[in-house]
Ligand binder design. Structure first.
Ligand code: BG6
Length: 480
């Protein structure tokens, strides 16, 4: 898929503007993704990056900073290629709240357009804290930066924004209303980078290109589905962002629910952006809201020991760094099948996976009395991307004994591993192509908040459990 998709590159002049270029996201993800695309010759021939930040940097200081960031964070090691790439980047100082600075930015973009000889495509990436979204979006609009080119065949304008989209259903709706007042839905690219991870994209390919699984992909054959996003990192340098956001808003409302959507959605019939996003939204709409009275049974919230001693965290912080939710879908395919969602920081291992547990086989062939064989299908998202299927076989030998074995596929073992695209690389490339499949739609955001908001509202009635750094997380009776 990756190799073909690069043939789909656009080749019309394009300017990529990063608001918040000096920030962590830009440094670790965006600049490296753009360099990767440049390395693969997947960017338009006429391409310019304009980085905007408050910093009082000269062009030279900025380019040195970008080069150092790329040397540390990128897998591309070719120095002359990095230099060529950095030569295409311009710095523009700006205060996000000052309309005049947007007008100055517009002049810079005009000059680039003149050098290109036409009005180019514009991509505006908001790599800033979410509370700055409204002011930036309004100023992009007021300053005329949001206008599309008027000439035939000339450029489009697109906005990329990062999760979290709001703090709850109310603020998400407000942000959405602002976006839809200022831009057309086709111009808005809401990033949930998990959607662009290779193995998550693979779920649809796997489910809908292998006829053997679809007939058993339902409550009659599947016992439970467990979705985990475990991290070993603490909140570290992101305390300012994390405190007051917490694990459920940070990754629950977005990454975990998107994984659930992909594994549980119906076959969209067609594999275009509209149909796939609709199918994802539909399944999110069907999530049963966890009732207040069921919270104790279905939800765990916890914080790692030492979180409150991290620099910048209030001593009385109740922000969760871990959550666990048992959820259900109200549809005929999944009625009664629990979907367990678990995520936490500072845990024993870094692991993202989806495990599909098929029902135990009651009529097991030659099983020991305490043996409960079942097939388990695992989508390994990271590390070691791949797919595994557990199945039972006869143990070799004269005895009749049944043992468990695995069929496994690992991306690392396939020839095309070098073609594996990083999630951001995929997203920026798709945004350039105008393909919104791997971006969250307004409906998906709405339904995921509808599920998460009632839990957040009642958060305080649940005990905040403490767990040790480097442990498996809170050991609860609910944990599998
Ligand atoms: C981000 C969250 O969206 O995803 C982080 O804000 C989290 O807290 C990260 O660490 C995980 O992403 P990845 O790609 O490193 O698994």
């Amino acid at each position: 898929m990756t190799s073909n998709s690069y043939k789909l590159k656009i080749n019309t002049p394009t300017i990529f503007v990063i608001f918040g270029v000096s920030g962590d996201l830009s440094k670790r993800k965006l600049l490296t993704a753009l360099l990767d695309l440049f390395n693969r010759q997947a960017l338009p021939d006429k391409f310019r990056i304009v980085g905007v930040s408050r910093r009082d940097w000269t062009q030279e200081v900025f380019k040195k900073w970008v080069t150092e960031a790329l040397v540390i964070n990128s897998k591309v090691k070719n120095k002359s290629l990095i230099k060529k790439f950095v030569d295409q980047i311009t710095f523009q100082q700006g205060d996000f709240t000052n309309l005049n600075d947007y007008k100055k930015l517009a002049e810079v973009l005009d000059r680039v357009d003149n050098s290109f000889g036409q009005c180019s495509n514009k991509m505006y990436h908001l790599a800033v804290p979410p509370d700055l979204y409204p002011v930036i979006l309004k100023n992009i609009n007021k300053s005329g930066l949001g206008e599309v080119c008027s000439g035939e065949g000339e450029g489009w304008t697109r906005i990329l924004i990062e999760k979290p989209f709001g703090r709850d259903i109310k603020t998400a709706t407000k942000l959405d209303m602002l976006l839809s007042r200022l831009f057309d839905e086709r111009q808005i690219f809401r990033i949930d980078h998990y959607l662009a991870k290779e193995t998550l994209q693979n779920i649809l390919a796997f489910r809908f290109s292998n006829a053997i699984f679809e007939p058993v992909w339902n409550k009659d054959h599947i016992d439970k589905i467990v979705i985990k996003l475990k991290e070993t990192d603490t909140v570290d340098s992101r305390v300012n962002f994390y405190e007051g956001v917490g694990a459920l808003r940070d990754v629950g409302q977005s990454h975990l629910l998107q994984m659930l959507a992909l594994v549980a959605m119906e076959n969209p019939g067609q594999f275009d952006a509209v149909s796939i996003r609709k199918a994802r939204a539909k399944v999110l709409k069907e999530l049963s809201v966890v009732r207040r009275g069921d919270l104790g049974e279905s939800v765990v919230r916890a914080q790692y020991q030492g979180y409150k001693s991290e620099k910048g965290i209030p001593k009385n912080s109740t922000t969760e760094t871990y959550f666990y939710i048992k959820s259900f879908l109200k549809n005929s395919r999944w009625k009664g099948v629990p979907f367990y969602l678990e995520s936490g920081k500072a845990l024993d291992k870094a692991l993202v996976e989806i495990k599909v547990y098929f029902k135990e086989d009651a009529g097991c062939f030659e099983c020991a009395t305490d043996q409960k064989p079942r097939n388990v299908l695992t989508f390994l998202i990271q590390p070691d991307e791949g797919i595994e299927l557990c199945f039972m076989v006869k143990k070799p030998g004269l005895d009749l004994e049944v043992i468990e074995k695995k069929l496994a596929f690992k991306y690392a073992e396939v020839e095309e591993e070098s073609l594996l695209a990083d999630a951001y690389e995929r997203l920026l490339f798709d945004c350039m192509r105008g393909d919104q499949t791997l971006f969250a739609s307004t409906e998906e955001i709405k339904y995921s908040w509808k599920f998460v908001t009632p839990i957040l509202k009642n958060w305080q009635i649940l005990p905040l459990i403490n767990y040790k750094k480097g442990s498996e997380g809170p050991r609860q009776k609910l944990i599998l």
